[in-house]
Design a protein around this ligand. Structure first.
Ligand code: ASP
Ligand code: MG
Length: 411
């Protein structure tokens, strides 16, 4: 008998019919003898609808009040799912974050979980009940309702699994697993049977939207086996774990991530003196703008060029700051470009293989795609290219690293 935490996302509980289907599924697991804790999101579109209401009152809704409101989305689904279970003869009970006592800090709309009181849940499980918990929400030490950031139900699921030392945390969603890349861009993309936490974290932060980044961090930290599965199709899904396989079978690259979320800024003709990087990036970080990739050129005439990327939402603000910096340090000019995309190859197999980066560059060169910036870590290589070549680049890399699914017979 296992203890399983099952999290169902917004599309999986998007209608009453779907909630009934979820109840059927949970019932099957329960009848097989497993202890089940279910975490649900709000019905799809509901969180956005609620935020929309608040924005009709004020552009920047007051965070505390916003949390009071958006947490109702999940409160509706826990009650509906519990009813659907009880109707089927499965004893069940719903809990809000406050009722469990999922204690968080007080950062409204992006709170972090501090502790989870598992006493009620354990007692219910012992009494044979399925426990249905509202995702995305908690309570701070003063009793204020908090929420965990968009997509936060994943984090609730993983945190509960960690607190209860569950055997597995299953994330049910509208895809049947984690893919080598976005199948909409590469039809030959394949579902991965397994991926490591580290790789998943890179994939998630580089643009893959299957799991909330924080939930993957959490799962890695507490070593919670995590599985991504389709809500309404049978299949093994993708297991996310700690262990790296030692076998020869281990692919060098597990996946290709990409995003169009960044913009590039360049400052030219900067006097090349100590402290210059700080003078350029200091004011950017003082404005709370996160910098991702950075390149500084070595120059010959005692000046240098400096290029970095920021999130597109921060582009205008960053460019204004950079122009002021250029004037104050006597640089020639500050310019920007939003016409870029970032493509990354990710794989723990890189650690034990040389030449992975050059294989990437070769594949891009063959397609005459110019690389504007490069950054590497132990398990990833990222490049910035012109946005219009993004899909071509992803396809070329998917083929070059032998990730394409074998063609089925007759195709
Ligand atoms: N309902 C919340 C959202 O839409 C949390 C979640 O779905 O995970 O962001
Ligand atoms: Mg969601």
């Amino acid at each position: 008998m296992a203890l399983i935490v099952q999290k169902f996302g917004g599309t999986s509980v998007g209608t009453v019919e779907r909630i009934e289907q979820v109840a059927e599924k949970v019932k099957k697991f329960r009848e097989a003898g497993d202890d089940i804790v279910v975490v649900v999101s709000a019905m799809s579109g509901e969180t956005n609808r609620l935020i929309g209401l608040a924005k009709q009152i004020m552009d920047q809704p007051i965070p505390r009040e916003l949390d009071v409101m958006v947490s109702t989305g999940e409160q509706v689904t826990i009650a509906l799912l519990s009813m659907a279970l009880i109707k089927r003869g499965v004893p069940a009970v719903s809990y809000t974050g406050n009722q469990v006592r999922i204690l968080t800090d007080s950062s409204h709309t992006k709170a972090r979980i501090l502790s989870i009181d598992d006493a009620n849940i354990r007692a219910d499980l012992k009494a044979g009940r399925v426990v249905v918990v509202a995702g995305f929400q908690g309570v701070d030490e003063h009793g204020n309702i908090t929420t965990l950031g968009r997509g936060g139900s994943d984090t609730t699921g993983v945190a509960l699994a960690a607190a209860l030392k569950a055997d597995e945390c299953q994330i049910y969603t509208d895809v049947d697993g984690v893919y080598t890349t976005d199948p909409r861009v590469v039809p030959q993309a394949q579902r991965l049977d397994k991926i490591t936490f580290e790789e998943m974290l890179e994939m998630a932060s580089l643009g893959s939207k299957v799991l909330q980044i924080r939930s993957v961090e959490f799962a890695g930290k507490y070593n919670v086996p995590l599985r991504v599965l389709h809500s309404f199709q049978e299949g093994p899904g993708t297991l996310i774990t700690l262990d790296e396989e030692e076998s020869m079978e281990q692919p060098i690259i597990s996946g290709i991530a990409f995003n169009r979320d960044e913009a590039k800024l360049t400052i030219r003709g900067v006097p090349d003196t100590p402290g210059v990087a700080f003078k350029i990036l200091g004011p950017i970080s003082a404005a709370n703008i996160e910098v991702d990739m950075i390149v500084q050129n070595v120059s010959h005439d005692n000046t240098t060029d400096f290029t970095f990327t920021v999130h597109r939402n921060d582009y205008q603000a960053a460019l204004e700051i950079l122009k002021q910096t250029a004037a104050s340090i006597g640089a020639r000019e500050a310019t920007g470009d939003t016409n870029i995309a970032k493509v990354s190859i990710v794989g723990v197999g890189m650690r034990s293989h040389a030449g992975v980066a050059s294989r990437m560059f070769e594949a891009l060169a063959k397609e005459s795609i110019n690389i504007q910036m490069i950054s590497t870590s132990e398990i990833k290589v990222s490049v910035v290219i012109e946005e219009k070549y993004l899909e071509l680049a992803v396809r070329a890399l998917h083929t070059a690293f032998e990730l394409d699914a074998p063609a089925r017979q007759g195709e």
